[in-house]
Design a protein around this ligand. Structure first.
Ligand code: GLU
Length: 325
């Protein structure tokens, strides 16, 4: 299928129109700020590896990046310590358990397994080369900015809300430290991890961040080299394995693209070498994926025939509702 701007815009518009009526789900409530975001916000965006953007709805509304930040910190830490060392220290297997599971650590000798769950994300933060907290934070923020091609900023409000309630993550950081899988001061890693979740992005930013991955690590809008192309397959593999929480297998089964979501309501999927699809809407299903955003990304992926697993000439599989619970 020709992925010209007109075809992509039509798919984005149709997904926005069709999925607006999807109800169900609820804003994340364990972080007070997220509970207060307007649940009717809904944006969809595609950015191609040529830097062309197609958007619909509230695609310029800012929202908290949350767990999606884990992908970009993974890129930073992998580049800093090398992919072999990164893999050895953190792992790459899905936990099969919720993103903030303590049981997952208990089951695996306090080792994180995946950089896309909270434990592995805090371990990744601790692996970023830095002499102090502020340098660690600034290198992670700079990485998010380079992927987005924009001056992404920390929301003081989101960060304050998360720092005041992140006791569970602090406990995970100490367990990792006890298990020898934390490579900086654990409370520093938890603090910086909490900040990296508290930056504000738009749906179009998110699609640009994904397009930088799709383009092999060079931002297609600014042309900045952000991460080596050799590291990109590791990012995509992890997104496939653990990107959509405990629906990652369902996402691969139905949509057939690497994905990542966050409890702020953002969902990203990457079609390597082609484009990235992003959507945002706050109400989440019980495992943490945005109900509307998942539906919209899935619809665009199918309309543009992007599944990595589809054999040429085969028909489309039915699009499951995908929503858990
Ligand atoms: N800051 C959130 C946490 O650590 C992010 C969770 C998420 O989006 O999955 O709980």
């Amino acid at each position: 299928m020709a992925l010209d701007a007109q075809t992509i815009q039509a798919a984005v518009d149709a997904a926005h129109r069709d999925c607006t009526t999807r109800t169900g789900g609820a804003n994340a409530s364990y972080i007070p700020y997220l509970a207060s975001v307007d649940p009717s916000l809904f944006g969809v965006a595609v950015v191609t590896v040529d830097g062309a953007a197609c958007t619909a709805g509230d695609s310029d509304a800012e929202f908290a990046i949350e767990s999606i930040s884990k992908v970009f910190t993974m890129a930073r830490a992998m580049a800093d310590v090398g992919p072999v060392e990164f893999h050895r220290k953190i792992g790459a297997d899905p936990t099969g358990l919720p993103f903030n599971s303590v049981s997952a650590l208990e089951l695996h000798n306090d080792k994180p397994l995946s950089p896309l769950v909270n434990a592995g994300a805090m371990s990744s933060v601790s692996l970023v080369t830095a002499v102090d907290t502020e340098q660690r934070w600034s290198r992670i923020l700079q990485t998010q900015r380079a992927f987005a091609g924009r001056e992404i900023r920390l929301s003081v409000e989101v960060n304050a809300s998360e720092q005041a309630t992140n006791f569970h993550n602090r406990a995970i950081a100490w367990l990792l430290y006890g298990g020898g899988a934390m490579y900086s001061d654990p409370m520093e890693a938890c603090d910086v991890y909490t900040r990296q979740c508290s930056t504000l992005i738009t749906t179009e930013d998110l699609a640009t961040m994904g397009a930088t991955i799709a383009a092999g690590g060079t931002n297609p809008v600014t042309h900045e080299h952000v991460v080596d192309a050799e590291l990109v397959p590791h990012l995509l593999a992890e997104m496939t394995m653990e990107g959509m929480y405990t629906s990652s297998g369902d996402w691969a089964y139905t949509v057939g693209l690497p994905g990542k979501s966050g409890v702020g309501g953002g969902v990203l999927s990457v079609a390597p070498g082609k484009l990235a699809i992003a959507a945002f809407s706050p109400p989440l299903d019980p495992v943490g994926n945005s109900v509307r955003a998942m539906a919209a990304v899935a619809q665009v992926a199918q309309a543009l025939d992007l599944s990595l697993y589809k054999v040429p000439g085969a028909g489309d599989p039915p699009l499951d509702p995908l929503v858990k619970g």
